[in-house]
Design a protein around this ligand. Sequence first.
Ligand code: PGA
Length: 251
Amino acid sequence: MRKKLVAGNWKMHGSLVQNNELLDAVIAGTAGMRKGNCAVCVPYPYLSSVQSILQSTHITWGAQNVSQFSKGAYTGEVSAAMLNDFSCHYAIVGHSERRSLFGEDSHTVALKYTAVQNAGLMPILCVGESLQQRDTGVTQQVVTEQLDAVIGQAGVESLRKAVIAYEPVWAIGTGETATPQQAQEVHAFIRENIAKHDIAVAAGITILYGGSVKANNAAELFAMPDIDGGLIGGASLIAEDFVTICRAGQD
Ligand code: PGA
């Protein structure tokens, strides 16, 4: 059976005090859940404190970005090995905000993906189309290009140690969620695409949906056959909502 995962993406939110309160409530609310079903991806400066809060709990943690380089004169960058020093399980790569606001192309994303795996962490690889791309009917081409960049660089086998997040850009932070059917259609397409390379890898990979997942729509999204959980932005900052979503994504 595929591993289910609900991962919070805090983006550039939080403070030491707020994080403590949020995590205390999430730990309590998800008590009894299996280890690894629920994760939070936090801003770099909080990794140390999040590690000490979560290390003896069932919740795992990660970062939201990483450098494609292993070390050197790259002012302001953070390497995957540094994330490993804080026992991160995950690093998100290729989030649409990184692609659109910080100019990351699919080649750079593939390099980041490999850097994360080389350090022994799991990349959460984000793919997804913009509204204009959906409206012009090129969703499948866009997602294929984003995926192929990674498969071409790291090989299909690498997906055994990765998570994919399908995040339609038009649904991120907008309150406009893809319907379960719309999301399922693209998830199934992604899985079929991977199956063309390797059927077992396709069957085993966890594919998350992201984009305005809320407490009141998570269960119906996660009930779809190819949706294995979610990558949660805004709702991961509200303990009660995130707990409800984590519970909906349990396996
Ligand atoms: P959202 O963000 O849940 O706030 O739409 C999702 C994401 O960007 O990962």
